[in-house]
Write a protein that binds this ligand. Structure first.
Ligand SMILES: [Fe+2]
Length: 415
């Protein structure tokens, strides 16, 4: 994000943004007047969209400019913009464009962006079928800008290559929060740092040192949740927040990891079991990055062959983990068995209750809860009430899910 104020010598011309074509790149830089100074709002090549419009409105910006040198460019653009705005894209094209954008960008936890901090990376928004840049005028970020970001019903993303910058932002935040922040906020930052590390691992699966680091961080998270449950300042249910709109493997996995550890703590498990539970739940869907990206992200129903391929993520994940050194058996079992159901109706092995690892049964509850509470481009998210009804039915009536683990979840959430 740019921080400079334009120089005096640049001559600016006032423009309006009414005619910009949504879903298309703007081929010139735009400046905004925030009441004090004219600042860069977005660069040439910025992907304009409905989020951009909303953010501009919420920040109270009304006066916009371009450099006079770009005037010709602007006029040419306007001729095409109207035509571009009228093009209605086919569903499949929309989905493939959205998926492509999703692949190149990384999710970030927008609730961790603090006012009055400086960001040195650009922000984008994603909510199917919309995606594109988020313009924020001014750096450090104003309270209004952060408020607008939080109210935007979309996930916030950054360019893949900006991940290291985001991680150092989080470390800085962690440091600052140690002095003034709450324990819940510290856990949230720790959770997000674990997610960044896990996301890096998903892109570098053969990096042994990274895996070791990931396991150490998982153990640290176990210690943190244990400590907090012994010295409660807030409820365990506060750990069960879903902050994402769309589903991402790294976000889903870390959510399931935190939920599983919290369930284990509630069930009175020892540290060793909690670590196995945490590591297994973090890695449960690792196979998803080993199979076809198209199948994992497909919109609409899967064909029989595609569904078989999708299900293979449990075997692919377990096979991969088996090759690593010193991975506990429980972790392997969780990856292999997390889609089994107690009545034999799950996959891949169609195991019955007595043959399914106990820790895996807990992860299945956490996994199902997270999946139902999160939407995807294919399926809307469900309310907590509806989610608990479905899980209750599967646990208490149909005997598909572990009843004790379901009751632990229910008791935590209803506290
Ligand atoms: Fe899975």
């Amino acid at each position: 994000m740019k921080t400079y104020v334009i120089e005096e010598k640049d001559e600016l011309i006032a423009i309006t943004l009414d005619k910009l074509a949504e879903g298309h790149r703007v081929p010139f830089e735009v400046f905004a007047d925030d009441g004090e100074l004219k600042k860069s709002l977005f660069d040439s090549g910025f992907l304009y969209n409905v989020f951009a419009k909303e953010m501009i409105y919420r920040q109270g910006l009304t006066r916009f400019y371009i450099k006079s040198a770009n005037n010709l460019n602007f006029n040419q653009y306007l001729k095409h913009a109207e035509k571009l705005s009228r093009i209605v894209k086919d569903d499949n094209v929309l989905f493939s464009d959205y998926s492509e954008y999703k692949r190149k960008h990384g999710y970030i936890d927008k609730t961790l962006i603090s006012p009055l901090t400086r960001l040195n990376f650009e922000l984008g928004g994603m909510r199917y079928p919309v995606y594109g840049g988020i313009p924020i005028v001014g750096n450090p970020l104003s309270v209004e800008a952060i408020d607008a970001l939080l109210k935007l019903g979309a996930d916030v993303v950054i360019k893949g290559e900006d991940s290291p910058k985001y991680e150092s932002y989080l470390h800085g935040l962690m440091h600052a929060e140690k002095e003034s922040g709450t324990e819940l906020r510290s856990i949230q930052i720790k959770q997000e740092l674990l997610r960044c590390l896990f996301s890096k691992f998903l892109h570098n699966l053969n990096d042994g040192a990274l895996f070791k680091c990931l396991m150490q961080e998982t153990l640290n998270v176990v210690h943190m949740i244990q400590h907090f449950s012994e010295h409660p300042i807030f409820d365990l249910k506060d750990l069960f927040q879903i902050r994402n709109v769309d589903s991402y493997v790294s976000v889903h996995s870390v959510n399931v990891c935190i939920f599983s550890i919290a369930l284990g703590v509630r069930l009175g498990m020892d540290e060793k079991s909690l670590f196995h539970l945490g590591a297994g739940s973090l890695l449960h869907d690792v196979g998803k990055v080993l199979i076809s990206y198209e199948v994992i992200n497909k919109q609409g129903d899967l064909s029989i062959d595609e569904y078989k391929h999708y299900c293979s993520h449990v075997v692919e994940g377990a096979n991969f983990i088996e090759k690593l050194k010193d991975v506990p058996k429980h972790v392997y079992e969780i990856i292999l068995q997390h889609h089994e159901r107690l009545d034999g109706s799950g996959y891949m092995q169609k195991l019955m209750a007595k043959d399914i690892d106990m820790l895996s049964q807990i992860v299945t509850i956490a996994d199902s809860y997270e999946a139902l509470m999160t939407g995807t481009p294919k399926r809307k998210s469900m309310s907590q009430k509806r989610t608990l009804q479905i899980l209750r039915d599967d646990a208490e009536e149909k005997h598909k899910l572990n009843r004790t683990a379901y009751r632990a979840l229910n008791s935590i959430l209803k506290e």
